[in-house]
Design a protein around this ligand. Structure first.
Ligand SMILES: [Zn+2]
Length: 288
């Protein structure tokens, strides 16, 4: 992947990157993480939720969320990682997801594009994560790739947790309408800027102001006109501006509304300040 582009013009109001993978962006140490968030803050992206997709990443995001107050975490096993789950794996995910700086159970869901895990194993894991979100009282962050009907059916069958976020929403207007009516929150990523995505823009246009988030899903899905380069939270303004144009609102209103929604959905205002504890759970000597 080519290095990230030069930064965009700063947003007129601060916003939040609702879904990113800072480890995969290379921000693997406290210094690199803070540098990535400084680059983001310089263009108005004041916070980010960094998301785990496997156990190693889950341990890392919980740690990383204590390195910098601008970073919160989400923990789950990605649907492509569900082929051979053990009870120990699930116990550890449950323990990590309970951490106070973990603001969502995700990303979980179904991925029928890749062939790493059979659909029945994915569906079992998805149902388990739905129950976990309910036990913990945290939002569910859904990954849905080529699996719209089964995602909606399983949410209905299990009974959705009070807050459900469709990360990188990829449906059309009909699916968006169904999600909006169910009270789900739709998070839009780089694809909303892609030339070949008119159906997605039609979906983005009909979501009410209070059910909308923006995200990078970095280092993937870099927005137009920088496809093919690495993505980072500082690239979010291109998506914010495209979405504002689609919805015929100002960039300022779009950025502010996505920030308020992220603060409400992920309860960012109630987050304890990091770093309260180390990876071992032992008190941090610096806070003693
Ligand atoms: Zn992701």
């Amino acid at each position: 992947m080519k290095p990230p582009p030069s930064p965009p013009e700063p947003l007129p109001a601060p916003t939040v990157d609702a879904h990113t993978h800072l480890d995969a962006c290379g921000a693997t140490t406290p210094e690199l993480l803070t540098a990535a968030m400084d680059r983001a803050a310089a263009v108005g992206v004041e916070r980010a939720v960094t998301v785990a997709d496997d156990l190693t990443a889950a341990r890392w995001v919980v740690d990383a969320a204590t390195w910098d107050d601008r970073v919160a975490a989400a923990v789950a096993l990605h649907p492509t990682r569900t082929a051979a789950l053990t009870d120990d794996d699930l116990d550890e995910i449950e323990r990590l997801a309970a951490h106070p700086r973990v603001v969502a159970v995700g990303e979980t869901g179904l991925d029928y594009y890749w062939d790493f895990s059979p659909p029945d194993a994915q569906q079992r894991a998805f149902r388990w994560h739905i129950a976990l979100a309910k036990r913990l009282g945290k939002p569910l962050m859904v990954h849905d790739r080529d699996a719209h009907a089964d995602i909606l059916r399983i949410l209905r069958e299990e009974g959705p947790p009070p807050l459900v976020v469709f990360h990188c929403f990829s449906g059309d207007a009909a699916m968006a309408r169904e999600c909006v009516d169910a009270g789900y929150v739709l998070s839009f990523a780089g694809p909303v800027t892609f030339k070949n995505a008119p159906a997605l823009r039609e979906a983005a246009a009909l979501v009410p102001d209070d059910q909308l988030l923006v995200e990078t899903d970095a280092p993937f899905l870099t927005p137009h006109p920088h496809r093919g380069r690495a993505n980072e939270p500082f690239c979010l303004p291109w998506t914010v501006r495209a979405l504002a144009a689609v919805r015929d609102v100002t960039d300022e209103r779009l950025a502010s509304c996505a920030r308020r929604n992220a603060e409400r959905v992920f309860r960012l205002g109630e987050l304890p300040s990091g770093p309260p504890v180390g990876a071992s759970g032992a008190p941090d000597p610096r806070s003693a």
